[in-house]
Design a protein around this ligand. Structure first.
Ligand code: GAP
Length: 508
């Protein structure tokens, strides 16, 4: 049996299709045409997502002595979001096209002057992509050709709409219509979803769906310090839904309007070596991503330039992942100083300090914040795991198999139990018995429908690491059964105790 491995050119299309076909992710409210930026997780998706969350919680909270967990409410006092700066500053720059009514994020809409013989004769525009500059260059060449202009065309100089001057905005064509004159200057668009609390619908009852889970940790800081036995340095972690009215949700579940975050605020002494602590957390997060199966080669680091950081921030490094649509942020690790606790102390009038026994002084702790989205990990995991292979069987016949090489730690189903034949009572009885024993501890699947090869393929496609087949030897000889391994497709005989030992080693 030989295989040749391939990642399809249209990997995103293949993943979206598999996600729908096998019940990982569906568009939300699909029967009504869907709702842009919202998704549902199906029976397998919900298991995979839960496994990602559980692995993070186990490693981040339960297996550490210095991190505790909390769960705070999604709707918090509106003053939280004023103090945190979200009411005034949680905005993206928005550009409207007055003709098509399309909306663009200004920092994702690029333009360039078309310069011929040293003169700007027009402008071209393109939406951000892997090859924005090439698209702009092609548009400039097309313009020159269509207008039959003579003279050398200068290379394009891409800038985004946040940098456009008023006289340029009037000349930049809308990507929707191809014509200039309809784009508005960028304006700040607040991404928080508003709602009303209570029976009155007026300014006094306006509240927000949280745009991040982090503020819950800051607002409950004193509660945790006063009730737990935490000592600096220590972290408070939370997993939960966040909501952002993104202008351009895109790339499937990569940027959505309702998503789930796993955030941890690690509080340190004001005199601690924050840079060292920051580095340690970056490395911890990178290693953790590898522990759930993301290949090291797909990961890279991006340090935000100092001049683009918020004034209080000491440094932010993103762990980037090579998605099919480009290298994008997966996990942000920010050194935020003591800005958040300081803001809440000031706004609430309640000091957010800790007493230092050594110096006998009170101070506001500083914080390192690793913040990641569950849905982004989910997508990264699918992208890294997906493969299509040509498989040659013993008789030389070639067939395609789709396989998700998911780590056993997060695979939605750990083992599939397959009786060789479904009409042989003693095979079925033994298979059912094993299935029920496995089910007590693991997510397992029982499948007795169709040829055994086809049953293996069905499990390959959903990432099940192992299949066990109960055959006549199992019941008539030594009780052993066939263990078939997903990635190598190799088969060997094992006993039940060995199977449990194998699962114990790889699943947790
Ligand atoms: N408390 C800091 C914070 O929320 P962020 O960089 O805005 O920082 C953290 O978000 C992580 O949340 C991101 O790295 C990403 O993984 C995830 N995330 C942010 N916006 C998202 C969206 N619209 N859809 C899916 N995931 C998102």
């Amino acid at each position: 049996m030989s295989t040749s491995n391939a990642t399809p050119d249209n990997l995103m299309e293949a993943i979206v299709s598999l996600a729908k076909r096998r019940g990982f992710v569906f568009p939300s409210s699909e029967i009504y045409g869907g709702l842009n930026g919202f998704f549902d997780y199906g029976p397998l998706g919900v298991e995979l997502k839960k496994n990602i969350r559980d692995a993070w919680w186990r490693d981040m909270v339960q297996r550490r002595d210095d991190v505790v967990g909390i769960e705070t409410s999604i709707i918090m006092h509106p003053k939280v979001w004023q103090a945190s700066g979200h009411v005034d500053g949680f905005t993206d720059p928005l550009v409207d096209c007055k003709v098509s009514k399309q909306r663009y994020r200004a920092d994702q809409l690029f333009f360039s002057p078309v310069v011929i013989d040293g003169q700007t004769v027009a402008y071209v525009s393109a939406l951000e992509s892997e090859d924005t500059a090439a698209q702009l260059q092609a548009a400039a060449e097309t313009y020159k050709r269509k207008k039959a202009l003579q003279g050398p065309l200068a290379p394009v100089q891409p800038r985004d709409m946040t940098e456009a001057q008023p006289d340029e905005i009037a000349r930049i064509p809308s990507p929707a219509t191809g014509e200039p004159g309809s784009l508005t200057p960028p304006r700040a668009f607040n991404m928080m979803f508003e709602t009303y609390v209570g029976a009155l619908r007026d300014a006094s009852s306006v509240s927000y769906l949280r745009p991040e889970t982090a503020q819950g940790m800051f607002v409950d800081f004193k509660n945790v310090v006063d009730t737990g036995r935490v000592k600096l340095p220590f972290g408070i972690a939370q997993i939960g839904k966040s909501f952002r009215n993104e202008i351009t949700p895109r790339n499937f579940i990569f940027r959505s309007r309702e998503f789930e975050q796993m955030e941890m605020e690690y509080f340190i002494h004001e005199d601690a070596d924050w840079a060292k602590c920051h580095q340690e957390w970056i490395e911890w997060c990178r290693r953790w991503l590898m522990s759930i199966g993301l290949p090291e080669a797909h990961l890279s680091l991006y340090a935000h330039p100092k001049e683009k950081l918020a004034f209080y921030s000491k440094g932010t490094v993103d762990i980037m992942f090579r998605y099919p649509f480009g290298v994008q942020e997966l996990w942000g690790i920010a050194a935020r100083g003591n800005y958040d606790l300081g803001q809440h102390a000031q706004a609430s009038g309640k000091p957010q300090e800790i007493f230092d026994e050594a110096t006998k002084k009170k101070f506001v702790p500083h914080v390192i914040e690793p913040a990641v989205g569950v849905d982004r990990i989910f997508l990264a995991v699918l992208c890294a795991a997906y493969a299509e292979e040509d498989v040659t069987d013993d008789k030389g016949a070639v067939e395609k198999r789709t396989v998700l090489r998911l780590s056993p730690r997060i695979a939605p189903v750990k083992v599939a139990v397959l009786p060789l034949l479904k009409n042989k009572e003693h095979l079925v009885a033994r298979a059912r018995e094993l299935y029920q024993r496995l089910q007590r501890r693991y997510a397992v699947f029982y499948d007795d429908g169709g040829a055994i090869g086809r049953r293996y393929r069905r499990q390959d496609e959903i990432g099940t690491p192992w299949c066990v087949t109960i055959d006549f030897d199992t019941v008539e000889k030594d009780g052993s059964f066939t263990l078939r391994e997903r990635d190598s497709m190799q088969q060997r005989r094992i006993q039940e105790a060995e199977l449990f030992a194998l699962l114990d080693e790889y699943v947790h």
